[in-house]
Design a protein around this ligand. Sequence first.
Ligand code: B3K
Ligand code: ZN
Length: 853
Amino acid sequence: MDARTNPEAPPSPEHVTIRREDYRPPDWWVREVALEFELDPAATRVRSRLTVERNGDHDRPLRLAGEELRPLAVSVGGRAVEWAMDGETLVVAVAGDAAEVGTEVDIAPVSNSALMGLYESGGILCTQCEAEGFRRITFHPDRPDVLSVYRVRMTADKARYPVLLANGNPVAAGELEDGRHWAEWHDPFPKPSYLFALVAGNLAVLRDSFTTMSGREVELGIWVREDDLPKTRHAMASLKQAMAWDEKAYGREYDLDRFNIVAVDDFNFGAMENKGLNIFNSRYVLADTDTATDSDFDSVAGVVAHEYFHNWSGNRVTCRDWFQLSLKEGFTVFRDQSFSADIGSAAVKRIEDVRLLRAIQFPEDNGPLAHAVRPDSYLEIANFYTATIYNKGAELIRMMRTLLGDAAFRRGTDLYFERHDGEAATCDDFVAALEDASGVDLSHFKLWYSQAGTPRVSARLECDTLHLAQSVPPTPGQPDKAPMVIPLRTRLIGAAGELGEERLVVLDRAEQSVRFDDVPDGAMLSINRGFSAPVVMHVERAAGELEALATSDDDPFARYEAIQELAYRVLVEGGAPDALVAAFGATLTSNALDAAFKGEALTLPSEALIAERFERADPELIHQRREGLRRAVGTALAGPLAEAQAARAAGDDLSVAAKGVRRLRTVALALFAAGDPARGAALARAQYDAADNMTDRQGALMVLAGLDAPERTAAFDDFYAHYREDPLVVDKWFALQASAPRAGVLDTVAELRTHPDFTLNNPNRLRSLAGGLASNHWQFHASDGRGYRMLADFIVEADAINPQVAARLVPPLGKWRRLEEGRSALMRAELERIVGTPGLSKDVFEQASKSLG
Ligand code: B3K
Ligand code: ZN
């Protein structure tokens, strides 16, 4: 249920801005929490006993946050007491410095469509509390700096909910009359309320175990619906790999006797790191080669690792307040990126991560929703789980490691974990630990936490001197910026390919010149190697330099970058395609490069990325130019492309090499089809028919989706008929159609909107269709504004059901300033329509009103 449809709910709270500078320590600690749940989908009774302790010398009452809750009973020391409500906050006067405070409420999981708090998904009762969902379950301070030891007792109908799980370790269980049973769990590690979790359902389990470095045995379980059990093996293998990796890379060992993962189909984002009981969106648990692509397999490993790593970076050391969110998220993303690089191809992982950063975070940093990695204010914290907090936050950690060196960085993280174990810490605490362990002064570097906006760096090599300059563009609320500390891994490469020493150039002033010794003849500049800093580089280059670097730079990222720059010359400046075609040809036929790298290098910048290079973009022009270039490549390289497409790897071979072969195969197919659509369609259909794995199958379908060929409809029908019972594959079916670069796609989206399998209630399905539409640059930006209208309709309708998920669909409309004027006005009009919708949630209101600027 939702505040606007529940007549008993109090009026929606004011849209109050929360500010970082207003942080005050809590008035009351909660040392222990004892919860009793009488689980029932329609009416769950929640009894809570909080052991509270006054913090300091004051006479303020205990204030407990609630959302859509009504107290049925309130007691102090076991005796019923007077209480008052201040909006949705329960106010209880407590005499003395410590007390046991009891409350009782009823909640209705089955009507909880916002999927925050306790809700039902496919018959499973589960919870999501981060950031502020615990207050939808019971009255509590619900702030991350209040840490408590939890004891949880659940009773439920045994036939319907045979499995009862909560955080920590199981302590007791038993049977009751009337077919009910109970279980009690205890979590000895003090934790904030956002890490609370429980699950009740009819679940099957894949069990395994892990022996930690100190020899303790941990029981592992992955809990899913019975039918999905065969698809859990990869997640389990990934979990064990992650546990071993964290011991080796960071010296972090798991601490409880149990580690459980549960998969549910309805989940607002990827997964959640609740202590000892991670709850996952099923798309990040379930994978087999028939239904999941290589990229899905990699995402499962990455997300399983990410949530596991949070056990230290997030749970053992948590965040003092939500402005410090990047303390756990930026660091944990950095950790999961390093893990994935170690178990796969490091070069390809870096290229993928940077592509994502540029596709999502750079535009965010350059638009109306720009905010610092440690923001200063928010209306709704759920809107701040952004690419800036996560992915730019990870880049900050990476830069600090680059500045300190690996060994000092590790000493710093050891010190951080040791110093703050069991505490709620800040980003400053993290940096202080790195400084103390290394002796490196990071005070100037810390501007990265407070200044939003992507720095622009220009570079010019003149004989033996490198001239650098930087500027940081203004962002909302931050008109003037100071120069940042920018670590640039740099190497000079001679015209004949001779390599100079690689050096770390640290740019920390507005302008700076650096001299190099031993400059090779005809030196070329390889800079920001490995993307050592998240900046936009502008390098002045001599004629022929990019072409040479595209085939000779020894740093895989820099080489990829040179090829991309050649593509931008055609796509942005309208230049001739010859140099790019030559670089693609050389890459494709090189014996020195692996297939995975080739697949990345031969992927042209997306239309959205190309648009970022224009002051005001014309999506039609961008589409035509990109298609023209794809055609030119496809025609000129038809032979080698067909050869790469013909290479096959066994579907169940998940080695880095086999994945590379499959990646290149579909990239080659797409380019080939651009040159010769008729033969391309036939080849795609053949790839589809012969596929023994989802990567090849989905790749073929993706190529067909953009072609006006009879093979397209036939293949999509076949795909649906075959997989209609598998929700994660049906999501793909929706997304592939909605994101297809094909005229007429908006009609298809309109039809799919009424498809019996479409529902606004399931976040994955909504994202497949509405997110697929928004990612379809050319069609979403149809000049008559129909794409914008359709997205705004999705947002308004979804908002009444699930505000968090609806709010995440808003940012594409916020790009109106960067589009040509006709489209710009149409986008604004849709944002205004959204903001004017009666009863709009705080989540969507904040995103849409800020997007209007
Ligand atoms: N910490 C959660 C994200 C919670 C999002 C709340 N709106 C998952 C993660 O980052 O690991
Ligand atoms: Zn996280």
